[in-house]
Design a binder for this molecule. Structure first.
Ligand code: UD1
Ligand code: CA
Length: 460
């Protein structure tokens, strides 16, 4: 039996933010979301999240049904309130009534340590089970241990003492072995010593590390990749964590058959999915729930977020948000799919075309300078250069429909609500205000007038 407790009640003063620290994001997921996701891989029987500072906000974020995190995962998250933040030990004291009688191990994670690999947690639990110690803690040997609690062990990796950085003497600070903030406790043993914690330290807080000091024996396990234990306390560490995560994500996709032409200039959220033989050009950013099918060439200079991109699509210098793009379609340069857009297969969306809440059938082209909003457009339609849907009357948005194979002339304005039939040709420069039936030519502009010999009075 394993229960997980995640410490997430602190404010994170050093972030200088109104947002609770654990809700800051790296690569599409909040710090706490990452900590929880990592811990779920150990198949815990219970998951307790200790919340305090802006508890409601943290809870709401974690229970958001749009986030993949908790909706399907078992077991259900249990929230434990720490109303006053008196330290990490005090935080775990709040768990006592919730785990009364629990016979198993408690895995404790800091909510601000987002890069732990699931294998690392598994290894920690395994070592703990194997040696049957009261506690097993994760440690690392850091070249720059500043800010972390220092772990003092005997030759057999049995912990003698953990001392917080600020409580260390100059000599103790020389110890480069640090506490990662990841612990596996035999719960009954921990429960026995928790009430004994004292706040006799520089911060006047109850430290969880003191519980480790009270438990005999406690063992330290060094991590192989020290980057995993980075704790995020300020914006600089947030950026460092992001950098490490990006390197991981990119090397994962490259090993899965994706070409990144200039990896350093590309960012990819780890919620993104990419098929093999996709080429990501420089200065391209893939975010949120995005999926890119094989054969695509994305970029240079594109942002794709929460979108599904079909096979062999190209998207150059363009922004695609919350949209679906069919196979073989060409996007850009300089196109903007603003949201709720569905583009069919083999379409072309060209320079300075903006689409919003619009559906395009297969093989339809909008090659230059258009705004299409709230429109349903058929197959093989040609949207002439400069075609605009006038979808907004100042109060409400209205729909536009265009049937298959129709062509809108250059610079036509379609005043919605409006329906254009199939096989329609709209003359250039027309302002269409009434529905148009199938199979016709429609011209809606004033006839050109030529006045021979006419001059401005002043020029006479
Ligand atoms: C802690 C450890 C330190 C370790 C480091 C690793 C202690 C005393 N120190 O220090 O040894 O090297 O993590 O990153 O544990 N929290 C609460 N309630 C509180 C206080 C904190 O839930 O009353 C939560 C915070 O939200 C945070 C986590 O506990 O997620 C760690 O707190 P933080 O103040 O960042 O501890 P560190 O000083 O980093
Ligand atoms: Ca911390």
């Amino acid at each position: 039996m394993v229960a997980v407790a995640i410490l997430a009640a602190g404010r994170g003063t050093r972030m200088k933010s109104t947002l609770p620290k654990v809700l800051h994001q790296i690569g599409g997921r909040s710090l706490i979301e990452r900590a929880i996701l990592g811990s779920l891989e150990t198949s815990p029987n219970r998951v307790l999240v200790i919340v305090g500072y802006q508890a409601e906000q943290v809870k709401t974020a974690l229970l958001d049904p749009n986030r993949s995190l908790v909706s399907n995962s078992l077991p259900k998250l249990e929230f434990v309130e720490q109303t006053e933040q008196l330290g990490t030990g005090h935080a775990i004291q709040q768990v006592l009534p919730h785990l009364e009688g629990f016979q198993g191990d408690l895995l404790v994670l800091n909510g601000d340590v987002p890069l732990l690999r699931p294998q690392t947690l598994q290894r920690l639990i395994q070592t703990h089970k194997q040696h049957q110690h009261a506690a097993t803690i994760l440690t690392a040997q850091l070249s720059d241990p500043q800010g972390y609690g220092r772990v003092f062990c005997n030759g057999q990796n049995i912990v003698q003492q953990i001392i917080e950085d600020r409580d260390c003497s100059a000599a103790q600070k020389q110890n480069r072995r640090v506490n990662a903030g990841v612990y596996c406790f035999r719960w009954q043993d921990l429960a026995n010593v928790l009430p004994e914690l004292q706040a006799n330290n520089d911060q006047k807080e109850y430290y969880l590390t003191d519980a480790v000091n009270l438990l005999q024996p406690a063992m330290a396990v060094d991590i192989e990749d020290e980057q995993e234990i980075l704790g995020v306390n300020d914006r600089e560490q947030l950026a460092t964590a992001y950098e490490i995560l990006q390197r991981r994500i990119k090397s994962y996709w490259m090993s899965a058959g994706v070409t990144l032409i200039d990896p350093a200039s590309v960012t990819i959220d780890d919620t993104v999915k990419i098929q093999p033989d996709v080429v990501i050009e420089p200065q391209t950013h893939l975010r949120g729930q995005t999926a890119i099918a094989s054969g695509c060439r994305i970029g240079p200079g594109s942002l794709i977020e929460n979108s599904q991109i079909g096979e062999n699509v190209t998207a150059m210098y363009s922004v695609v948000s919350n949209s679906i793009v069919g196979a073989e379609t060409q996007i850009g340069p300089y196109a903007h799919l603003r949201g709720q857009v569905e583009v069919g297969a083999a379409c072309r969306i060209g320079n300075f075309v903006e689409l919003k809440n619009t559906k395009l059938g297969a093989e339809t082209k909008a090659a230059h300078l258009s705004y299409l909003g709230d429109a349903t457009i058929g197959e093989k339609v040609n949207i002439g250069c400069g075609t605009i849907t006038a979808n907004y009357d100042g109060v409400k948005k209205h729909p536009t429909k265009i049937g298959d194979r129709s062509k809108t002339g250059a610079d036509s304005v379609l005043v919605a609500p409006i329906a254009i039939g199939q096989d329609v040709n709209i003359a250039a420069g027309s302002t269409i205000t009434e529905d148009v039936p199938d199979d016709c030519l429609v011209i809606a502009r004033s006839r050109q007038v030529v006045k021979p010999g006419w001059r401005l009075k002043s020029k006479e």
